[in-house]
Ligand binder design. Structure first.
Ligand SMILES: [Zn+2]
Length: 89
């Protein structure tokens, strides 16, 4: 029940980010690991959406449990789709 609430809040937060993004330039493009288009979040956004600390995000990146890539300006972007796989079942 708590999880359902969290998921709802998370989705609303993501929606807010997406709306804000679309006002600028949407950061939606291909993820080779997902094999489809996904939303790419920076570390601060990922932390906010997941409710995890920035350290936890970096830990997950290091562990390879999320899809990520570095931009030309060395910004770390995380695949939003891969975040959903944090707690399987
Ligand atoms: Zn992905």
């Amino acid at each position: 029940m708590r999880r359902t609430k969290f998921t709802r809040i998370r989705n609303e937060t993501l929606e807010t980010i997406l709306i804000r993004r679309s006002e600028n330039s949407a950061r939606v493009f291909w993820c080779a690991d997902c094999g489809g288009d996904t939303v790419w979040l920076n570390v601060a956004e990922t932390s906010f959406v997941c409710g995890s600390s920035v350290r936890e995000i970096f830990r997950r990146v290091e562990a390879g449990s999320v899809h990520f890539q570095e931009t030309a300006d060395r910004q770390l972007l995380i695949c939003e789709r891969s975040l959903a796989r944090k707690n399987p079942a």
